[in-house]
Write a protein that binds this ligand. Structure first.
Ligand code: HEM
Length: 128
């Protein structure tokens, strides 16, 4: 949620669209602000805090929690790899917690959000 490596996605409207009282003309570029939406204080308490516990038992709003796109997968372009990604993250988190003793080589990780994907310049290095 807090560090999406796709901070934004872009598209071009194929036809005129009425959206929340605005008209988006055909040919206009539209940006989905993934970083901003995932930290929007209207949807997230204490939005800049990394707090996995906030998700316990909570239904995720498909238009507020959007690291992999928004809405319903069958209808929108929301990432079809989302469940696979979540499973990989669960497995990797378990390995980090239970099977490895590790530390960050450099705790000051510099993320460049002007590049896509937004990844640490020299990767995220850990020593084990
Ligand atoms: C951390 C991992 C990943 C992130 C952050 C991510 C993020 C995204 C985002 C932001 C989009 C665009 C959504 C939109 O346009 O509304 C997308 C689309 C897509 N992703 Fe992922 N993704 C990840 C992993 C994967 C994996 C593992 C797969 C395949 C196994 C995958 C396959 C796709 C495909 C095919 C699309 C295009 C869907 C479409 O345009 O209809 N992604 N992803």
């Amino acid at each position: 949620r807090t560090y999406p490596f796709f901070p934004a996605t872009a598209a071009i409207a194929r036809e005129d669209i009425a959206w929340q009282g605005e008209t988006i003309r055909a040919g206009c570029r539209v940006i989905l602000d993934i970083y901003g939406t995932n930290r929007d204080a209207r949807y997230w308490d204490d939005p800049d805090t990394f707090s996995p516990a906030r998700f316990l038992g909570a239904e995720k709003d498909p238009y507020a929690f959007i690291p992999q796109g928004a809405g319903d997968h069958p209808v929108t372009h929301r990432c079809p790899g989302e469940w696979l990604t979540l499973r990989i993250m669960e497995c990797f988190t378990r390995i980090l917690q239970e099977e490895l003793r590790w530390r960050l080589v450099d705790p000051e990780v510099d993320l460049n959000y002007s590049a896509l994907p937004a990844l640490p310049k020299d990767a995220l290095k850990i020593s084990v």
